[in-house]
Design a protein around this ligand. Structure first.
Ligand SMILES: [Zn+2]
Length: 316
């Protein structure tokens, strides 16, 4: 028991967390021009999600105590369905390319304008970044990756559009991207809510991941080729949003985040997936309890304490 508590206190050092899903918002203002900060939290061991709260208390307390934490398993009962076509969702193209940074915890594209309007409230797009594998589960199923498009309102509220990414089949990856994209659009146009998992690689992702190997070292950045955003916006707008109120999926795990998880799915070629996997490694927080239920770490702590008492009783 004593050793257990000693270990708990040892890991509770007041390390600052410098980069997260909210990097570039008021929660974590972007660093000075030229600097790419490296996250001090991680995804394994003592700096992993089981111990995020202890990395910076009380700032990260919500990670262990919050009752509306993300990601979650997206089953019917936890979200509201909103046709994306009814939502104002715009992303500016980046004809001169965009800054693409390796923050250690993710790889992130700094955007150049875009907006999302929810309940007459305007949120401005700040950045998008990637998780591997997906953080949300699509009705119990993990997806290859997930893109988070992070928006912020003037009042500092956060809204994130989450889009799953799957690996294109070899055949689809070999097909001309333009033609396949067109057929996907027509499919969506017929109001088929659940998009097929396998499709042609998304040109935007192929373009971005084409240079990901140039930022394999945390703290580095590269300029992408020109980025056309309409492809992804059109795909998302043709599907539905699964809406719920959750949290940042990285420290400080702040709640009140307006999640809009898209039913549209993007795709990467197998070669691009391997490339981005070799840079990201693994960066998905484990699924949290359903919104409103006790934080799973609190439940787990009670279980651990009961087990420790039982072991102590046996020893005595
Ligand atoms: Zn994220």
């Amino acid at each position: 028991m004593a050793r257990l508590f000693q270990a708990l206190f040892l890991t509770a050092s007041a390390t600052r967390v410098f980069a997260s899903c909210a990097y570039g918002t008021h929660l974590m203002p972007r660093a000075e021009e030229g600097e790419v900060p490296i996250s001090t939290f991680g995804y394994t061991g003592s700096i992993g999600p089981l111990n995020w709260a202890a990395l910076a208390t009380p700032d990260n307390n919500a990670c262990a105590t919050g009752t509306r934490q993300s990601p979650i398993d997206m089953v019917d009962s936890v979200f509201e369905v909103i046709p994306a076509s009814s939502v104002t969702f715009e992303v500016n193209d980046m004809p001169d390319g965009a800054e693409f940074e390796n923050l250690g915890s993710t790889v992130e594209v700094i955007t150049q304008g875009g907006r999302l309007v929810l309940d007459n409230k305007e949120f401005a797009l700040q950045q998008f970044h990637f998780h591997l594998p997906s953080e949300h589960l699509d009705n119990g199923t993990s997806q290859a990756m997930e893109m988070h498009m992070v928006h912020q309102s003037e009042a500092g509220e956060i809204a994130v559009v989450g889009v799953y990414i799957n690996i294109a089949t070899e055949a689809a990856a070999a097909a001309p991207a333009k033609r396949s994209l067109g057929s996907r659009s027509r499919l969506f146009g017929r109001q088929e809510a659940a998009a097929p998992v396998t499709g042609a690689p998304t040109t935007l992702l192929e373009t971005i991941f084409g240079v990901v190997d140039q930022i394999s070292v945390p703290g580095t950045k590269v300029k992408t080729p020109p980025l056309v955003m309409s492809e992804v916006v059109n795909l998302v707008k043709a599907g539905n949003f699964q809406a719920y109120s959750g949290s940042l999926t990285t420290p400080p795990c702040s709640e009140g985040v307006n999640w809009r998880v898209s039913t549209a799915k993007l795709a990467v070629s197998p070669a691009s997936f391997t490339k981005v996997r070799d840079v990201i490694g693994f960066n998905a927080r484990f699924p949290q309890n359903a919104p409103g239920e006790p934080n799973i770490l609190m439940v787990s702590a009670l279980g651990s304490a009961a087990a420790a008492v039982s072991v102590a009783g046996t020893a005595a």
